[in-house]
Each structure stands twice: as structure tokens, then as C-alpha cells.
Design a protein around this ligand. Structure first.
Ligand SMILES: [Zn+2]
Length: 310
């Protein structure tokens, strides 16, 4: 029985962050492209609800969430490298709800894709690096709380290390955090996760994929019930904030390695977009589109998660 991967998006993911290297227009453009290409029907795109306060507080401190609610510029909010407005906070809380919805749907469909999220620099008590709410952690903790997931893994292939996610799950043995990133790049210092693969500048497709394949073995050994995939497009060689040497084909091969690995093992996977700052926005879109297509096709190929109902 063919299944459709869940595709999650809201027009309210878009928020005005002023003149900025982060292209928040990409969320809506990706939805348009996926619909235009016939990858997903417009009516099949799922609209998320904002993550609840309870969901947020399983990951972030009271003080920090209050700072966001009251738009307070404090030591917890001031490293976001973003403005702090009601609209922006709403967009991040909504993106967290979106990743939760994609992850929840992946449990029965095999795959879920949030056309947003991947905000891996947000830590327990602070935002940083264009990230206010750690949607990856919000999704995992909510599904664990509901008893739908026991063990999870975060596979983070953004060019920047997933320091916020690592900090959140530092003392949590149920969640395995893997980050494959450029060593000599933001953040400095890095927060150690369960497995950090710090790559040398300029690494190209073949060497990158070999390092990823080896690292994934450790993630599979954790026996996760769910994988959250941060599919950042910024390891691309034309990225303005990255210094790795991957081609667009290399990025797609990376996505296949992660997502086919999940499918083969019957592990549900939720995809989030993460970074992507290519000189040409079109390249960032192309990289994200390839990730989405791979998840959608694997779902259709009937890669049902183990234990899911028919
Ligand atoms: Zn990044």
C-alpha cells in the first residue's frame, strides 16, 4: 500500500527579519515548487498548530520562554542574530509545531517533511544563530511524553554544529545526537554531542559521504524509534556561511544515505530544512527540493515503519 509522506507548512513560517542572510522566503517558495511539480497536492499540505507552552517548556527554561513572550532583550535572547518581534516569535513556535506534526505523522507514514525548522542552535536557556526555538527537541520530547517514542536520534548534517541540540540532550541517554559539520566554523566553542564529526575545510562529496556512512552506523546502533533529520543545505560549496565543498549531487547522495538508511531499518524519519545560504537562492531551493523528493519517493515505495498499522 503506497503511502504519502506528510508535508507540513504554514504561510506564517515567513516572517520579516529585515535585510538578512537567512532567506525566510524559502519556506513558501518550496511549497509552491513542490505543488507545481506535482510532488504534493496543494490540499494535502498539512498546516501545523503552534507548539504549546507545555511543549516548549519540556525543552526551554521558563525564564527564556518568558523573555520570548514579552519580547525582552536579555542575555538569553540577545545572541539570536535576529530581531525580536511578536511575528518572529510566533513563526518559530509555529515551526516547532510543524516539526512535531511531521514527526508524529512519520510514525504511521514512514516520513514527514517540515518545510521549515531545523533550528539546532537554540539551547535550553537561550537562542542563538538565527534560532529561537529548538523544534527538533520539542518534537522528540513531546512524542516521548505521549509515550509514542522511547528512543530517538538526531542526524544533523548542517554545516554548523548542532550545539543547542547537543546541550538539550546532553544528559539524556534516550536521544542520540549526531552532528556532521565543518570544524572550523560557527559555533565556537562547540557543545559536545554523542557523536561529533568535525570535517576539514573544503571536503568534497566522496570523502564526506564516507564519513557520514561511518557515523550513521553509530546512530543505527542506538536503535532509535524515530530519526529527526536536520538536512541543512549549507554544506554546499557555494554557500556563503559554509566552507565545505559538496556539490548539489553530493547533497542529494547525503540525503539518500540518511533517509534510505531509515527506510531500510523501518525507522520513521522527520525531515527539517535547517540552514542554506547559497549565493543563488535557486541553489538552496534545489538542494531542499531534492531532499523533499527523496523522502516523498521513499514513502511511496512503501517503506512502512516497523510496527506501524497497515
Ligand atoms: Zn547552518
Amino acid at each position: 500500500m503506497p503511502r504519502e509522506a506528510a508535508v507540513v507548512h504554514s504561510p506564517d513560517y515567513f516572517c520579516d527579519i529585515g535585510a538578512h542572510v537567512f532567506p525566510t522566503a524559502k519556506f513558501g517558495l518550496l511549497r509552491e515548487r513542490l505543488v507545481a511539480d506535482g510532488e504534493v497536492a496543494e490540499g494535502a499540505v498539512l498546516e501545523p498548530r503552534p507548539a504549546s507552552r507545555e511543549d516548549l517548556l519540556r525543552v526551554h527554561s521558563h525564564e527564556y520562554i518568558e523573555d520570548l513572550e514579552q519580547l525582552r532583550w536579555t542575555r538569553r535572547t540577545r545572541f539570536s542574530e535576529l530581531p525580536l518581534t511578536e511575528e518572529i516569535v510566533r513563526a518559530y513556535v509555529l515551526a516547532a509545531g510543524g516539526t512535531l506534526l511531521a514527526a508524529r505523522e512519520s510514525l504511521t507514514r514512514g516520513f514527514g517533511v517540515n518545510l521549515g525548522g531545523g533550528f539546532h542552535h537554540a539551547g535550553p536557556d537561550r537562542g542563538e544563530g538565527f534560532c529561537y526555538i529548538n523544534d527538533l527537541a520539542v518534537a522528540i520530547r513531546a512524542l516521548q511524553h505521549e509515550g509514542l517514542v522511547r528512543r530517538a536520534a538526531v542526524v544533523d548534517c548542517d554545516v554548523h554544529q548542532g550545539n543547542g541540540t547537543a546541550a538539550i540532550f546532553h544528559d539524556d541517554a534516550t536521544v542520540f545526537t549526531l552532528s556532521l559539520h565543518q570544524e572550523r566554523n560557527y559555533p565556537v566553542p562547540k557543545v559536545p554531542g554523542d557523536l561529533d564529526v568535525g570535517l576539514e575545510d573544503g571536503i568534497t562529496d566522496e570523502a564526506y559521504l564516507a564519513r557520514l556512512a561511518a557515523a550513521l552506523e553509530r546512530a543505527w546502533a542506538h536503535a532509535p524509534d524515530l530519526v529527526l533529520y536536520q538536512a541543512g543545505a549549507d554544506p554546499y560549496r557555494e554557500d556563503q556561511l559554509g566552507g565545505l565543498g559538496l556539490s548539489l549531487e553530493g547533497l542529494a547522495a547525503r540525503d539518500r544515505l540518511v533517509l534510505e538508511g531509515c527506510a531500510r531499518r523501518g525507522i520513521p524519519a522527520a525531515v527539517t530544512l535547517g540552514g542554506g545560504y547559497a549565493r543563488r537562492l535557486e541553489d538552496t531551493l534545489e538542494a531542499h527540493l531534492a531532499t523533499c523528493r527523496i523522502a516523498l519517493r521513499l514513502a511511496r515505495a512503501g517503506a512502512a515503519p516497523a510496527g506501524a498499522g497497515a
